[in-house]
Every structure is written in C-alpha cells, then in structure tokens.
Design a protein around this ligand. Structure first.
Ligand code: F6R
Length: 606
C-alpha cells in the first residue's frame, strides 16, 4: 500500500527520496510524487501517474534541488489513480503525504469548505493539508498544529508534513500506520518502512501509536498521545542492505522461492535442540503460558490465514487441543465465544495488516489468556501489541505474492504445536527431530523447477483451474489457487477433494485443469477416487504425487513425482511446486509478477 519517505539534510535529498520510493514499490501503488523545499523556502513538487521510474524520469529533466523533502507512493482508496490525486497535497504553506484512511474526512471537508478552503482532489489526504493549514494560524509551530490536527482526525493513518514557514522541519504523526525515524550523521529521515532508508542509515526509532515527531536536521522531538515529550529507543537494524536487490533472479518472487531453504534454517536456528523445542522459543515467559493453554484461536488474512488452516490440523492431532481459525475481517465484526485458557494467535508477514491488528486489539477485551504473533517484521504493530512474539526471520519479502513467509509461518506454527505438546507432557521428540530435515527437503523440491516450467505451458491459455487436496493439503491447495489467481490472473478455486461431488464436478470438462496435491498418506486412496471422478468427466489432471503413490501418467493425467516426505512436513514441501507453477504461468502470461495489478504488499487499510 502507500509508502512515505522524507529527509532533512544539508545535501540535496531528491535522489534519497526516489530511491526510498523504489524500495517501497513492492508494497503496491498507482502513482508517485515528491515535494522539496527550495532555497528561500519555496515548495516545489512533481507527481506522476504510474511507476516511480516515470517520476524519476521527470525529475531528471526538471530537477528539484533542496535539503528537505517528502515523497509518496499512492495506492488509491479515495479517488481514482491520477496525477491530481497523487500526493503530496498542499494547502498554503503546508504539504502533506499520508498513508491510511481518514474516516471522518467528509465532515472535516464540509467544515473546511465552509471556511473557504478549495479542494482540487477527491482524496481524504487533502483534508489533512487544509486542516493543518487552518490550525497552523492558531499555533506557534508546525508540530503543535499537527498535534491539534491529530485530535480531530479519525481513522488509521500515518502522515508526514512540511511547512514553508519552517523549511528545515518535517513533522510526522502515527495513528494506526507505521512510521520510523532514521538517524544519519547530521541528517534525519522518515519512512513508513525502514527498508526505504537502508541505503542511508541503519539506526531507527519506531514511533508508537499516537506519537507526533518533529524531525529537524540536527534534532528529533517526539510527543506521545498526551502531548508529553517522550524518548523512543534507537535500534540498529539487522536487515540486509541488499534485501531490496534481486540477486540475479528475474523477479523477487523467484528469488524468494529459492531463498526458502535458508529462511527455514534461520527460523529453526537455536529453536530446537536434542529433540526439544527450546524453552522461550516464543519469548520470555512463554513456557508458563503454553503449559496451561487449553485452546487456540488463530486470526489472519490471505496466505497467512492458509498457514493457520494447516496448523489447525496439527494443534488438534499433535497437541490434542481444540483450534479455531478465522479470517480477521470476519472475526472483528462478530461476537465470538472464547474458550477457557485460550491462546490468541495472529499470523502476519508484515505485522501491519489492518484487519489482523484490529482483531488483536478487539480480542484484548474478550478474555484470552494471552496473545502471540507469528510475524516477520520486528518492531511492527502486531509484535509490539502482542504478549508473545515469534519472529519468523524469513528475511524481507518483496514480491507481493507471499512465498517464503508462508513456509516459515508453517514452520513457526509447527514449532508452536510441538512446544505446547511438549510442555503439556506429550512425547513429540521424534516429530521435533524430523523438523531439522525441512530445509533439505525443500531444497530437493526446488529441483523440480525446470519440469514445472515446462508444465506451465499447459496453463497459460486456460481461464480457470481447480486445486484439490485432503487433510493438511486442502489449505495447501487453497494457497496454490490463491498464488495462481494473484499473479497470473487465472481464476482458480480450491476444494477439499471430498467436496467435488457436492457441486464443483459440474465445472469439469476438457478445458478445466485440475491440480492435485497427493502425498503418500492415509488419505491417498480416497484422493485417488476423487481423481477418478474428474477423469470420468474428461477433466485434465496434474498430480503432484509421492514417488511411492503408485500413480502413473496416462492420457489426461500428468504426474509430477515428488520425493517421499514425512507426513508432518508434507504441507511445507508440497507448497514449493505450487509456488513454482504459478510463477512460471505468470511469466508466460507476461504479468507484473512482483507487483500484480490491484494488490498491495502490506494491507494497512481495512
Ligand atoms: C498473498 C498475500 C496476502 C497476505 C495477506 C496478509 O500472497 O501475500 O494474502 O498474506 O494480505 O498479509 P500479512 O501476512 O502481512 O498479514
């Protein structure tokens, strides 16, 4: 979704701002803009519909020199993608960029219009610009005006503001959307994601909810929700500076698919030892909580939700405790019943997904024993607001379609299952030992890459596809279908294979490819019967099958042989060929693999 970058320095900052925007491109956007304070306190801006490269090209012919600037990538919420709706938005001396949504924008707009302010865009952001300009006349400084504005703005947002009356200042406000301040030498930066600033600094200060910060070249002052001066810790980032590079791969998605063995090693490192999940793998004090847990409620969105669906099978079968899984946007708007001693588990790559965060906040008052997040973003809202956090260590994920985050989430959930089972006296040592094999098994699955690339030719001209699985492979089929539709724009659905005959069989004909995930487990024979049902109606089967599943290719059935894997680890391993399939189909179709249309990496609005 939208991205913010800002800088206050003695040098020209426009290149820093544009590079920052480039590094935020993965989040998804439709237009970009930058405003820079010129010598003498004049504000100039450039905006473009489309890619950051178009903004950069415009800036190369008409440079914007200056040491203070703000920049933005916009993902349209209020008003169509257009140059006029792109940020920054201005009002008098004030320029604003903004992430998130202002819910009371209409009321504020009416009030400001009656005072004579004229609106040129359809955005809620322009309301912020006029509001701050209006308040500016009643307050001695920009930071005070922004503090006053924060009290009037409703919604979840992050904003960065400049004012020609204070040419070496940026004021930022965080209320529901993340913001970070970067510390350079004699210069400061702001961004919605530290990744934007890694070329210029590694020292960061994360703002907390309600914080307003006045960022000058040589000083930073932060004020909390009550306008009290506060200090926030400055932390050294451990994120790799090159995390935003493709390392020779054609797309980030392909790079991230191939990074999975390393991400799995990183997530397991130091967390299992001698057949046990180490104490405190889920944070200080976690053992005491997990020992008494009697039920688990998982909340997540999209791919992270699919990880939760797999984990339900594990929690019930291995730990013997009931587990419910729900999409965050549903959970947050219904009345739910909390079972005694329930652990609330949120799963999120970004740690900022608006619905998941809202669900966590809501759940705090519902009587859960504790909340735990499985998250890839240190310092994110979910990490800071949960009682316990499992840091995934998957490394930065840039491709909008989540790949390595998913398999690492599954691994974290498996560790959580084992940890609860172990603390509650169950014998899980052999299962914990198995987990150490995961990186190697995934490495082997990645070797299927070239045969899957060939297979992808069959799909590129299809309009629909069905994915089938049973047991833990049912959510894996759902994840496969999501990946395919996300990046290749082919309509794909997943079904628990036993459900076929209850409706979807009507769709089967020779134009309907049916992808089946078929490890060699005790559901295999049932799955084979379901495949017969498809074959009998002329459907084309593509089966990812265990080498011992006794499945031979024949007309209408293509078999892609997978190495034998322990049942426990099959969901992780069978995910790999489905990721590769969707990648290669998208490649043939020529879609924008890393930034598929209409999607955003971090969904910080409802
Ligand atoms: C799909 C995908 C999304 C995310 C979802 C939740 O490939 O990436 O479905 O999984 O938007 O995001 P997080 O995990 O950041 O909460």
């Amino acid at each position: 979704m939208c991205g913010i970058v800002g800088a206050v320095a003695q040098r020209d900052v426009v290149d820093i701002l544009v590079e920052g925007l480039r590094r935020l491109e993965y989040r998804g956007y439709d237009s970009a803009g930058v405003a820079v304070m010129q010598a003498g306190g004049e504000l100039r801006q450039t905006k473009r519909l489309g890619k950051v490269s178009e903004l950069a090209a415009a800036l190369s012919t008409q440079p914007l020199p200056g040491g203070t600037g703000i920049a933005h990538t916009r993902w349209a919420t209020h008003g169509e993608p257009s140059e006029v709706n792109a940020h920054p938005h201005t009002s008098g001396s004030v320029a604003v960029v903004h992430n998130g949504i202002i819910e009371n924008h209409q009321t504020l707009r009416n009030g400001l219009k009656s005072k004579g302010y004229q609106f040129v865009s359809q955005t809620d952001t322009e309301v912020i610009a006029h509001l701050i300009a209006d308040l500016r006349s009643q307050h001695g400084s920009l930071v005070e005006a922004v503090q006053a504005a924060r009290k009037l703005l409703e919604g979840a947002y992050g904003t960065a503001v400049m004012d020609t009356n204070e040419p070496e200042t940026i004021v930022v406000a965080r209320s529901g959307a993340p913001l970070v301040i970067g510390y350079g030498i004699g210069e400061h930066f702001v961004a919605s994601d530290q990744l934007a600033l890694l070329p210029v600094t590694r020292r960061f200060q994360y703002l907390e909810e309600g914080d307003v910060a006045e960022v000058k070249r040589t000083s930073v002052r932060i004020f909390d929700l009550n306008d009290e001066r506060v200090e926030r810790e400055i932390v050294e980032s451990t994120v790799n500076h090159d995390a935003g590079d493709k390392a020779g791969y054609r797309h980030f998605m392909l790079k991230e698919i191939h990074e999975q063995p390393d991400s799995l090693r990183a997530t397991l490192e130091g967390r299992i030892n001698a057949g046990r999940v180490v104490a405190e793998a889920f944070g200080a004090g976690s053992i005491d909580i997990l020992r008494d847990i009697q039920a688990v409620q998982i909340i997540a969105c999209g791919t992270s939700y699919h990880a939760g669906m797999v984990a339900r099978y594990w929690f019930e079968e291995i730990a013997g405790i009931p587990c419910q899984v729900e999409i965050a946007s549903e959970f947050r708007y219904r009345k739910s019943v909390v079972l005694p001693n329930s652990l609330l588990v949120t799963i999120s790559q970004s740690g900022e997904t608006a619905d998941t965060l809202a669900a966590l906040r809501l759940a705090k008052d519902l009587g859960y024993a504790a909340s735990l997040t499985i998250c890839n973003a240190p310092g994110s809202s979910l990490v800071r607001e949960s009682d316990l956090a499992y840091m995934m260590r998957a490394g930065v994920e840039i491709g909008v379609a989540s790949t390595k985050a998913f398999t690492v989430q599954l691994t974290g959930l498996l560790l959580l299952t084992m940890s609860i089972a172990q603390e509650q006296g169950k014998h899980v040592k052999p299962l914990v030992e198995l987990m150490a094999k995961l990186p190697t098994l995934v490495e082997q699955a990645l070797q299927l890459s070239s045969s899957i690339e060939e297979l992808a030719e069959d799909f590129a001209h299809k309009h629909h596809a069905l994915f089938l699985g049973r047991g833990t492979q049912y959510p894996i089929a759902m994840e496969g279908a999501l990946k395919l539709k996300e990046i290749s724009y082919i309509h794909a659905e997943a079904y628990a294979a036993g459900e076929l005959k209850h409706g979807p069989l009507a769709l089967i004909d020779e134009d309907m490819p049916v992808i089946v995930v078929a490890p060699n487990n005790d559901l295999l024979e049932k799955l084979k019967s379901n495949m017969e049902e498809v074959r009998a109606r002329g459907g084309q089967l593509y089966v990812f099958a265990d080498e011992n599943a006794n499945m031979e290719p024949e007309p209408g059935i293509q078999v892609i042989t997978m190495q034998t894997v322990p049942d426990l680890l099959a969901p992780v391993v069978y995910t790999i060929p489905l990721q590769l399939l969707s990648y290669y189909v998208a490649l043939i179709k020529g879609t924008d693999v890393d930034q598929p249309r209409n999607l955003a990496k971090s969904v910080t609005v409802e």
